[in-house]
Design a protein around this ligand. Structure first.
Ligand code: TYD
Length: 396
């Protein structure tokens, strides 16, 4: 059987990897997105993965005439003409709760519209945009403090899971699709948001202002600027606004207090760089003054969060405080390197057993594998230092 995957990011890689490892009779072929430059970013490059794993690639026109059995569009960037394929198994996963939010920017628009749910939807591709019959759908909640980046990450994780769980039926079975309702349907084109000129309308209620900020918060693309300051998240206070909407009530290093149509809004200034710096040198006082619900699990371009930086530098006080306040002790960077893997680098410098034991007490999982399929013990084995291998073996 030949399966052609058109797409990008961790979802295309996750599904390709699963097929490669579990379905040996499948030949995989790839079609890359036009902007895949072969370099890993906050999402890994599908092109890079395919080159490293000897997966053949073709253009979309070649894919149409290739003798394939299934075409999977996983965050693919072009409109497909299903009738050009010689088979009918032409599928897409769309990041929304179809029939709602067909089209673009589905990590931003449901937040902007204050939706409480979204979904990943696996459907047949027909001649319209995200209009095909629905085969599988996984609905999940949009949290109060959801940002575009955290929602995108949910789409990637739930979407990969949905395709992998059903892969045998998708490839070998007869998928039955359900027609989309016309009544609940909505569509947004590329002109629905102008990312080059984002403006926040402050003449709105607190939740409406907050949701605008959260919907455009995606560090790898942009952060919102308010009064020329980059901001990251907003919290609604239980104080009725007395001033004109959009007035600054007060401001300090950490936040701007804003008046809105109804309640006052605490808008946090972005301070990730300072927070990472304080985490690296176990400066608990500084970490306490900088931390808020939005930056506690925030990551820089390398995928480093405060807890990852603290783990690498052995900042135990900061790690304990971060965990107590909601940080993920099993957080990973863009390559899947876990907090415990970072911590082992510090521990090995002085064979500090207690340090790793404390992390395990806090919930660190020693068996996590990164995106190359390697765990902490594999990495220590690669160094070929017997003393280090023996030291780490005790944590297995
Ligand atoms: P993208 O991968 O282009 O997919 P889509 O528009 O189909 O969702 O973008 C993923 C999300 O990233 C998108 O839903 C909204 C967000 N985004 C930004 O925050 N800024 C930008 O400049 C772009 C292009 C996207």
């Amino acid at each position: 059987m030949k399966v052609i995957i058109g797409g990008k990011n961790n979802i295309a890689i996750g599904v390709a990897k699963h097929i490669k490892e579990n379905l040996p009779d499948v030949e995989l072929v790839a079609v890359f997105n036009r902007n895949d430059d072969g370099v890993d970013g906050h999402q890994l490059s599908f092109k890079k993965y395919c080159l490293e794993n000897d997966l053949r690639s073709v253009s979309l026109d070649e894919a149409y005439v290739e003798k394939g059995d299934v075409f999977l569009s996983l965050e693919f960037d072009r409109i497909i003409k299903p009738s050009k394929f010689k088979h009918e198994k032409v599928f897409n996963i769309h990041f929304s709760k179809l029939p709602q939010y067909k089209g673009m920017y589905t990590s931003a628009l449901p937040i902007l519209n204050n939706e409480s749910e979204s979904a990943v939807t696996f459907h047949y591709i027909d001649d319209g945009i995200d209009t095909g019959d629905i085969i599988y759908q996984k609905v999940f909640s949009i949290d109060l403090n959801e940002t575009a980046k955290s929602l995108y990450s949910k789409y990637i994780n739930y979407g990969t899971q949905l395709v992998i769980e059903n892969i045998e039926s998708i490839l070998y079975g007869q998928c039955s699709g359900k027609k989309q309702s016309a009544v609940d349907s909505s569509y947004y084109s590329s002109s629905s948001i102008n990312y080059r000129c984002l403006e926040i309308d402050l003449n709105k209620t607190a939740i409406e202002v907050k949701k605008q900020i959260d919907a455009f918060t995606f560090r790898d693309y942009q952060l919102v600027e308010l009064f020329s300051t980059k901001v990251l998240g907003a919290e609604i206070l239980d104080e009725v606004s007395g001033l004109k909407p959009g007035s600054v009530i007060s401001e300090n290093e950490q936040f701007i207090l804003l008046s809105t149509v109804d309640y006052n809004l605490k808008v946090y200034k972005d301070c990730l760089d300072s927070l990472l710096e304080a985490s690296s040198c176990n400066n608990l006082t500084e970490v306490k003054s900088l931390i808020n619900p939005f930056n506690i699990n925030e990551k820089n371009e390398k995928g480093w969060s405060p807890i990852i930086v603290a783990a690498y530098h052995g900042s135990l006080d900061v790690i304990a405080y971060l965990v107590e306040n909601g940080a993920d002790i099993n957080d990973i960077n863009n390559n899947g390197t876990s907090v415990f893997m970072y911590a082992k680098n510090f521990a090995l410098k002085s064979f500090n057993r207690e340090y790793l034991e404390k992390l395990i007490d806090l919930g660190a999982d020693v068996n996590l594998k990164d995106f190359h399929g390697l765990d902490v013990f594999d990495y220590v084995a690669m160094n070929k230092q017997q003393e280090q291998i023996e030291f780490m073996e005790k944590f297995r």
